[in-house]
Write a protein that binds this ligand. Structure first.
Ligand SMILES: *Cc1c(COP(=O)(O)O)cnc(C)c1O
Length: 400
């Protein structure tokens, strides 16, 4: 790198060649409209951080870090160590690693609990029967969800419990881990704190999936401080890191084991969940930006956008609106809108379709048939006005 810098510097000190620099040697690629070339339509995101909608836009610091990392080679594990250490410091936890998303963290975190650092066991996963590896993962029935496949990948089977007594009885010598789905804290009888206590009492590693729960920002250390051995967050949701990255936080021993079960190590369950140097550094830069940003000011901005949309459709006949902020998971104002179809003659589904196919295209939060839901945290400056105008146009035309 220093060679290249030195080279560019010496060139730019030459008056004539220096003038040619930007086009001839600078890194900035020519501006191409790739999406247009490909016929893929971008849209205004009034939906939220959904993977199929590409979730969030990376923070500029994250993009800069990715760009920086793309120009030089480093030994991957050196970077993995250093980035993990830096993130652990920022998030007040013993140890941390960048994973391929929260789902990837579930895979390698489970493997860490099942195989530890035992090289033979790491190779054997998911064929764990008859090896001495523990094969049961305790979960509350109300916490079963679509991401538990990432845990089952390691060859374990779930043991469902409902009460604290059941959980105590379920803990045995074959228990590898206990999984907690953070967003369902209120749905289960065993709340986070008690869950941790039971795990500690029985020496069972506890894993909290808090993927979408990065707000308020203190959440990033709340559950490791509470005593969970492992906690994961998505990198590319509210934190605005790379969409394909995530964080696994926890005890040094388990993070080391998760690393042993991960790429770049070849014969591991995590080899296919590769994280490149760009994502590692980008994730670190995103976390740095996230912990130091003014979250209160940002929240006010979301409320302002929400109010703007509410005001624009307030005069539509029969319109009913309420603003809800989920306590956990996507802790940001969501606007719920309903109307009487006899007064406004258009269905929710038709409005969603009109927003999607209009110009510019707008995506709203996937919801049921009886209400329209939007939120505002992924909007870019000026887009709330566009969303407000389009919604008003559509509803007004239908209520004429
Ligand atoms: C989004 C999400 C995941 C998956 O996160 P990725 O970063 O996309 O892998 C896992 N668990 C929960 C609860 C989520 O909301």
């Amino acid at each position: 790198m220093s060679h290249r810098r030195g080279f560019i510097k010496s060139l730019s000190s030459l008056p004539v060649i220096g003038g040619l620099m930007p086009s001839a040697l600078s890194a900035a690629p020519a501006r191409r409209d790739y999406f247009k070339e490909l016929g893929v339509r971008p849209f205004i995101n009034a939906a939220g951080t959904y993977t199929t909608l590409t979730a969030s836009l990376m923070h500029p610091d994250c993009v800069a870090a990715i760009e920086y990392a793309s120009r030089q080679f480093v030994r991957l594990n050196d970077l993995h160590d250093a980035v993990g250490k830096k993130i652990a410091g920022l998030l007040h936890v013993e140890s941390a690693m960048v994973t391929s998303g929260a789902a990837g963290a579930l895979v390698v975190g489970t493997a860490a609990c099942v195989a530890g650092k035992n090289p033979e066991w790491i190779r054997r996963i998911p064929d764990i029967a008859g090896t001495g590896m523990k094969s049961e993962v305790i979960i509350q029935k109300s916490h079963r969800y679509g991401y538990d496949h990432a845990v089952r990948n390691s060859g374990v089977r779930f043991v469902e419990v409902e009460t604290a007594e059941e959980m105590e009885r379920a803990c045995n010598a074959n228990t590898a881990m206990a999984l907690f789905f953070n967003a369902n804290n209120n749905a289960g009888q065993i709340k986070d704190q008690q869950f941790v206590e039971i795990c500690k009492k029985h020496g069972v590693p506890s894993f909290n999936d808090a993927a979408a729960d990065s707000l308020p920002v203190e959440n990033l250390w709340k559950w490791t401080k509470m005593g969970f051995d492992l906690v994961t967050f998505s990198g590319g949701k509210g934190i605005r890191g790379p969409q394909s990255a995530g964080l696994l936080l926890g005890s040094a021993n388990l993070i080391e084991a998760a690393r042993a079960n991960s790429s770049p190590n070849g014969d591991t369950i995590g080899r296919g969940l590769k994280v490149n140097k760009e994502e590692m550094l980008g994730m670190m830069a995103a976390v740095e930006a996230f912990v130091k940003m003014d979250h209160a000011a940002e929240y006010k901005e979301w409320e302002k956008r929400c109010k703007l949309v509410q005001d624009s459709v307030a005069s539509i006949p029969s319109i009913k609106m309420n603003v809800a902020v989920p306590e956990i998971a996507n802790h940001t104002p969501h606007l719920h809108i309903q109307w009487d179809p006899a007064k406004v003659k258009i269905s929710i589904r038709e409005v969603v379709e009109k927003l999607r196919t209009g110009d510019p295209a707008i995506e709203v939060t996937p919801a049921g048939r009886d209400e329209l839901v939007m939120n505002f945290w992924m909007l870019q400056p000026g887009e709330a006005q566009i969303v407000a105008r389009r919604l008003r146009e559509i509803l007004k035309a239908a209520s004429a």
